[in-house]
Design a protein around this ligand. Structure first.
Ligand code: UDP
Ligand code: MG
Length: 314
């Protein structure tokens, strides 16, 4: 039997927490009754510095039943860091940890299947959405396009998998060796290796409250993913520079031949345009390289990814 921990990052989730906790509790009890997990399995909420009553609710749940535990971060650090805090705190306590969002958009009924795959010897089981009916056209289009771009950039990501996955203790302990502070978990987990498999499910709508991932945060996560997993953008810039340089040589030759033929080059427009074009490209190139230097800067500081204020257990 598996000692299963569920890690649930929560940021201002007072609206969904009562309902999600009840559903998770019921689900865990069914698994315990079915003999799939041990009775000392836990549901652990990670409060990512919420400003509403989220932590209060977690404390109440913990007082109500020992199955509920809570980790309180000292301030808001974002979904990826909160999840990492959970996984790293639980890695030595559980046999396996399933991470899932607080709004339970991911299907808790596939826990069974995940546990079966674990028994079959998989160390990582990815939850993959079969359909995206509940997403808006815009989100579906951008998300699926994004996964394809990531793949082109050479990153190993599981198509249509977000952060709903099961990891065994062994996988978590290997994962703990990744010390980077710029986190994009769904791209990092496949790097660990070990046997893995997927389970598919239909993603439902958020139970209540609103998305804690506004467009701005989503774009920043997307950019994080590309720059954390791939150095292709830098290589692209180098290649672009080379091509433009070659074009300028061709242009130079052309104008020189025209000059020899006696036709003077008139028009400063082409000149002005090329100055602007090259200038803009250079700035862009420096900007992209700067992004990476910024990352190196953050990594070399080795700041903690999160600070745990309280850990409510047993
Ligand atoms: N979340 C978090 N910290 C943040 C933002 C979000 O821990 O700064 C959590 C949030 O509570 C939820 C999960 O990340 O459990 C995913 O957020 P959400 O469901 O709003 O994202 P969406 O499903 O809309 O992409
Ligand atoms: Mg959600």
């Amino acid at each position: 039997m598996t000692k299963l921990y569920i890690a649930v990052p929560c940021y201002n989730e007072e609206e969904v927490l009562p309902d999600s906790s009840a559903r998770l509790f019921d689900r865990m009890n069914r698994l315990i009754d079915g003999g799939m997990i041990t009775p000392d399995s836990r549901i652990v909420f990670i409060d990512d510095g919420s400003t509403d009553r989220t932590w209060e609710l977690i404390e109440k749940l913990h007082a109500h039943h020992p199955m509920f535990c809570g980790i309180k971060l000292s301030r808001n650090r974002g979904h990826q860091n909160a999840l990492m805090a959970g996984l790293m705190t639980l890695k030595d306590e559980a046999d396996a940890v399933i991470s899932i969002d607080a709004d339970l958009q991911d299907d808790i009924e596939v826990f069974d299947e995940m546990l079966c795959k674990l028994d079959e010897g998989c160390d990582v089981v990815y939850g993959v959405r079969s359909k995206r009916d509940t997403d808006t056209f815009f989100k579906r289009f951008t998300a699926e396009g994004y996964y394809k771009i990531l793949e082109k950039m050479g990153a190993k990501v599981i198509f249509n998998h977000a952060d709903f996955r099961l990891m065994s203790r062994r996988a978590l302990q290997a994962f703990a060796q990744y010390g980077e502070v710029n986190l994009f978990l769904r791209g990092m987990v496949p790097l660990v290796g070990y046997r893995s498999d997927i389970v598919t499910y239909e993603r439902s709508e958020r139970l209540a409250g609103e998305s804690k991932y506004p467009l701005k945060k989503m774009l920043s996560l997307a950019w994080e993913g590309i720059t954390s997993l791939s150095t292709k953008p830098i290589k692209f810039v180098t290649r672009l520079g080379l091509i433009i340089f070659l074009i300028s040589i061709v242009m130079l030759l052309y104008f020189f031949i025209r000059f020899l033929c006696g036709a003077t080059v008139t028009g400063w427009a082409s000149l002005a345009v090329s100055i602007w074009a090259i200038g803009g490209l250079q700035l862009l190139a420096i900007g992209i390289i700067g992004e990476y230097i910024g990352k190196i800067y953050l990594e070399t500081k080795r700041r903690p990814r999160y600070i745990i204020e309280t850990y409510l257990k047993d």
